[in-house]
Design a protein around this ligand. Structure first.
Ligand SMILES: Cc1ncc(C[n+]2csc(CCOP(=O)(O)OP(=O)(O)O)c2C)c(N)n1
Ligand SMILES: [Mg+2]
Length: 548
């Protein structure tokens, strides 16, 4: 069999349904093999978007997403997407082409050492040097991509290898079940929970994977434990529950940090050190239990004393089972903080100033989205507001990247979410900076006939950095820009364009855009004058003014 045919058969055997990206001439044998397969190839308008889409597809399905690019410039365009998947814990296979490895005749033209480059940001990066190696190398790549913590892997398929004949066998997927923690590790946490007065759970990124969310939700409700979510952990446990205290969206001194400081035991479930730390450990009497698939990487702000390692879903249920009901816990402080935070969110969300201010915007988006609707955020200042104010009801319904925290992934991740969950309403939420980084792929969304709303928050600036600049008391400099007319821009792509002309009409515009089929852009002017005052000062001052 031709090696590229075998490669594609190996991908089919792994259950691959889609490949996203841009082929070059070095991928043409592979592309021809794809043409004759059950896998759907989706051409994107930038390799980065192919990688973001494949990674998000992996994030949502727990199956490795696959993207394709050529050598040199195509491969370098994949690097950000590879890092996004690797840091964010999303299973992703990057496939790149290469010139002939036997007898290339073009000198160093387009040659970058892609395997070495990808080795910097993936778990596994290899060149396939013989068609006979395809079977085991593809299997190993998938195994590594999906192994907890999931991440990125890379295979390079040179042209001459793609073209050669091979009779090598393919390997079946192995059936891996994660080990569970020892009895003594469970006992130690049960004991700590018995001795604690104010235990608190932090629900972080791996809580949103596999069957973890359901088990953790049972654990939280059965014990009645108060919990905080991290940005990547949002939705794993329903944030409408009365024991939800808040989200770790700001770095410190917000209401949730006061709860964290007050807890005498923190159960940190699904923590990933690639996510911006939801809390900072101090050298005091507070005990932290790390509950995850793999042990804690220790750093200056994270050095948990207890660890429960292995399959999270089994381990948390075993803890709940052994512990039983406790009546001595005192959650009054957390409840007070929760109420104050809720009141604060409500107070500022009532302000319907135009251009729209973030708290009102977030409230209105929540009203417009169905319970199971998915919002996919790009990276900008609004991410903090959504993390803090937008309650997620179901796992993976708030997709954001708090690990690489790259701009440019919002539209791509929304597109992948719509492909993975076609029955859900999906809205991309992007800044005018982040949207323009990958706006070319609006064409891909239109071509795929995706029902997708894209909300663009227009402040004519890199608002997040303006906020940081103001926080450092630097004068405003270097961060402003102009924008196209986003309504005309949408229409030129064959999408629909809406403009928010007043705060009163925001809800109606969003609901309308979610209802109409096809791709819709909503141009929403925003007023960011509150960012510095509220996020840097007011919230911390208001929280600090509360009695302890
Ligand atoms: C690829 C990339 N470049 C730069 C940054 C640094 N950065 C983070 S947020 C931001 C500004 C985002 O601007 P915009 O998308 O307009 O959102 P806004 O904050 O204005 O709402 C920048 C430059 C980044 N995170 N990713
Ligand atoms: Mg902006």
């Amino acid at each position: 069999m031709k090696a590229s045919d075998l490669f594609v058969k190996a991908l089919e055997k792994e259950g691959v349904e889609y490949i996203f990206g841009i082929p070059g001439e070095e991928n043409l044998d592979f592309l021809e093999s794809l043409r004759n397969s059950s896998i759907r190839f989706i051409a994107t308008r930038h390799e980065q978007v192919g990688a973001f889409m494949a990674a998000t597809f992996g994030r949502l399905t727990n199956k490795t997403g696959v993207c394709l690019a050529t050598l040199g410039p195509g491969a370098t365009n994949l690097f950000t997407g590879a890092s996004y998947a690797q840091l964010g814990g999303m299973p992703l296979l990057l496939i790149t082409g290469q010139k002939e490895i036997r007898g290339a005749k073009q000198g160093q033209f387009q040659i970058v050492n892609v395997v070495e480059m990808m080795g910097q940001t993936t778990k596994y990066a290899r060149r396939i040097e013989s068609g006979d190696n395809i079977g085991w190398m593809v299997r190993e790549a998938f195994r590594r991509a999906e192994e907890d913590k999931p991440g990125a892997v890379h295979l390079e398929l040179p042209e001459d290898i793609a073209r050669e004949q091979t009779g090598a066998p393919l390997l079946d997927r192995s059936n891996v079940t994660l080990p569970v923690a020892s009895e003594s590790a469970i006992d130690d946490v049960v004991e700590a929970l018995r001795n604690a007065k104010r235990p608190l759970a932090v629900i972080a990124s791996s809580a949103n994977r596999h069957e973890n969310a359901a088990a953790i939700s049972t654990f939280i409700t059965r014990l009645g434990l108060p919990f905080i979510s991290t940005q990547m952990g949002k939705g794993a446990v329903d944030e409408r529950l009365p024991n939800f205290i808040g989200n770790a969206s700001l770095s410190d001194k917000d209401y949730v940090h006061r709860s964290i400081d007050r807890a005498d035991l923190i159960l940190n479930i699904g923590h990933d050190d690639a996510e911006k730390p939801p809390f900072v450990m101090h050298h005091n009497h507070q005990i932290v239990a790390h509950i995850n698939c793999s042990p804690a990487a220790v750093d200056p702000v994270y050095f948990p004393q207890l660890e429960v390692i292995g399959k999270i879903s089994d381990n948390v249920l075993r803890i709940a089972e052994k512990l039983g009901t406790q009546t001595h816990w005192d959650f009054s402080f957390f409840e007070k903080e929760r109420d104050k935070l809720e009141a604060s969110v409500k107070k500022y969300a009532a302000d319907d100033h135009y251009p729209v201010r973030p708290p009102y915007l977030v409230k209105t988006v929540r009203e417009a989205m169905p319970d199971d609707g998915i919002i996919a955020l790009d990276n900008g200042i609004y991410k903090i507001w959504f993390a803090r104010n937008y309650k997620a009801y179901h796992p993976n319904t708030v997709l954001l990247d708090n690990c690489l925290a790259t701009m440019g992934a919002g539209l791509a991740s929304a597109m992948a979410a719509k492909i993975a969950s076609p029955s859900c309403k999906v809205m991309a939420i992007c800044g005018d900076g982040g949207f323009m980084m990958n706006c070319q792929d609006l064409e891909t969304a239109v071509r795929l006939k995706l029902d997708l709303a894209v909300l663009i928050l227009r402040d004519n600036a890199y608002g997040m950095i303006e906020w940081k600049q103001a926080g450092m008391d630097f004068p405003s400099f270097g961060l402003g820009f102009g924008n196209p007319d986003f309504v005309a821009f949408a229409e030129s792509f064959g999408a629909r364009g809406f403009r928010v002309e007043s705060s009163d009409t925001l809800l109606e515009t969003l609901e309308n855009a979610l209802k109409i089929p096809g791709v819709k852009i909503i141009d929403c002017p925003v007023d960011y004058s509150w960012n510095d005052r509220l996020l840097h000062k007011t919230f911390q001052q208001e929280a600090a003014a509360l009695e302890l």
